[in-house]
Design a protein around this ligand. Sequence first.
Ligand code: ZN
Length: 213
Amino acid sequence: MHEIKKITIGTDNCYIVSNGRDAILVDTASAPGCDKIIAECSKFNMKLIVLTHVHFDHAENAAKIADYFNIPVAVSKEDVELFESFDKQPLFSYGLTGRIVLGLSLTVLRNTKVEKPHNIIFIKDGDSLASYGIDAKIISLPGHTNGSIGVDVEEKSLLVGDELDNWVVPATGHLYTNLDAIKESAEKIRSLGERTLYYGHGKPTKNKFKFFK
Ligand SMILES: [Zn+2]
């Protein structure tokens, strides 16, 4: 039985998934959260950082935290170019919530350079995290970014990054780089059935969300 601890920095969530001793950190929030996240992680035997995708509000502290604990950072190959520049995968939005969120975040997304960690390992659909002590699998969920992934813990809890968001109500992610892909990924999440969903932004919910068609 794993424990999932949500750490919220401003509007950004990241998560410590632990078996009581060993743990992984899923996402790292933005720079102001670094010390708090390191303090929380210090309670565990940290094994790995997993990035659901490479936007600054998920990845900005990855290099620092990885160095601190001397652990690798797992990321999907398709997102590595985002360490060079956010503009490699432009973002679009739908709906009023999407327009507001994109309007508020676009400048900072563009202008924040995410430091690339030294020790990157690539993850892909179906990979198991058992060798890090965690009963979880990587699920490919492209759309928000091309390399977005989810972490499915014990087939009970799914950490979705920004593929879905819960800014107002749980819904298909309001920001996307590929609309068809994010819709398909939302379908994929829905088809998993019973899960608790943990979002990059907003509170956890059951696997029930507003589907954007
Ligand atoms: Zn994002």
